[in-house]
Design a protein around this ligand. Structure first.
Ligand SMILES: [Zn+2]
Ligand SMILES: [Zn+2]
Length: 355
């Protein structure tokens, strides 16, 4: 039996879902559906670029699996490679040292592209843009799944309960449903395969994947009010490094079928307790709510002005310089690398592509 069915039915609020239809007696309201992939891009961009724990933090050093307690590392990274968690970890591990720049322009968004200080420290010169993107999300991913699920909740709270929602995945699923079909799934992961220690100089150290078990939270969506969950949105999947990239191995979040999600969690942990996944309609208040509500409102404002203010189909970044897909002239991208990264998804839906 699918454990989702029961809680989906319990979590529905018939009174809520009737509300909008009552209103429509007097006035027919035609709502343009929200596009879940676009919403995910906007929410992730607005969240990560303003994440308070890493606000204006530049990457100044990294440690990799081969760095040991006895290595000659100096400076703050030495604290990481000598920590008990690092020393006792035998499997893959990453250490990141960030330093908060007080001189950064106050409103400048934090992005993978501006994460390195100037001049670039010697040990970091060989990092590729994709490496930087992974590190950016991996560090911010600490507790990121709960933050992103809460953020999604705040976002949908800005709309009527049965707001129409279009769900499209890179595996080709394409259906129209309602925001009210969503649930929150919490899953226990046993022995995460990658440990991340992110240290912010003068502030705190965030450790992900060191404990034997950890909970992972994602959002699920059903094709209809009475259906089972068909699609999972995992906005913080990159907390597990590149294994968390979406279908095609390129996107910075995963929007995929329930089966594909279950397959993927088994690549990021030794075992995932899929039989006892906990589902809930809402989760609740969290200490970051004030910030996350701002993020949700910013994402909504960007969605509402989508006709005049495009965003990159890979990173969600805004910009006047975005380049349109030459086939459909609809999707836009920062550059060729971001277009290539989004292609496994966009090729399914590009209106200009010969089928
Ligand atoms: Zn981009
Ligand atoms: Zn296109």
């Amino acid at each position: 039996m699918n454990p989702w069915r029961e809680s989906l039915q319990q979590s529905r609020c018939p009174a809520d879902s009737r509300t909008v239809r009552h209103h429509s007696h007097s006035r027919v309201v035609v709502q343009t559906p929200l596009d879940l992939y676009a919403i995910a891009l906007l929410l992730n961009y607005e969240r990560a670029s303003t994440e308070p724990r890493f606000r204006h933090a530049k990457l100044i050093d990294i440690a990799t699996t081969s760095d040991s307690e006895s290595s000659s590392r100096v400076g703050p990274v030495r604290e990481i490679v000598r920590s008990q968690q690092w020393v006792s970890r035998t499997g893959p591990k990453d250490g990141f040292v960030f330093e908060k720049l007080s001189s950064a322009p106050r409103d400048e968004p934090d992005l993978p592209a501006n994460m390195l200080p100037s001049p670039i420290p010697d040990g970091l010169k060989s990092l590729t843009p994709k490496n930087l993107e992974t590190i950016f999300w991996q560090a911010r991913g600490h507790d990121g799944c709960y933050k992103s699920v809460t953020l999604l909740q705040h976002f949908f709270d800005l709309y009527p309960p049965d707001m129409p929602l279009r769900v499209r995945t890179s595996a080709g699923a394409d259906y129209l449903t309602s925001a009210s079909t969503r649930v929150i799934l919490e899953l226990k992961l046993l022995k995460p395969k990658l440990m991340t220690i992110a240290h912010v100089v003068g502030s705190r150290t965030y450790i992900t994947g060191a404990a034997d078990t950890m909970m992972h939270a994602v959002a699920g969506f059903a094709e209809s009010q009475d259906g089972n969950v068909a699609t999972i949105l995992d906005l913080a999947s990159l907390q597990f490094g590149d294994a968390g990239r979406g279908v095609g191995g390129r996107s910075t979040f995963a929007l995929e079928s329930l089966d594909a999600f279950y397959d993927r969690v088994e690549t990021i942990a030794v075992w995932a307790d899929t039989d006892n996944a906990r589902t809930s309609a809402r989760i609740g208040p969290c200490s970051d709510d004030a910030w996350l509500k701002q993020v949700a409102r910013r994402a909504k404002a960007r969605w509402d002005t989508r006709d005049t203010h495009a965003w990159c189909g890979h990173c969600g970044g805004p910009g006047a310089e975005l380049k349109k897909c030459s086939l459909c002239r609809e999707e836009a991208y920062c550059n060729g690398a971001h277009q290539a990264a989004a292609w496994p998804y966009h090729k399914r839906f590009c209106a200009g592509r010969k089928k």
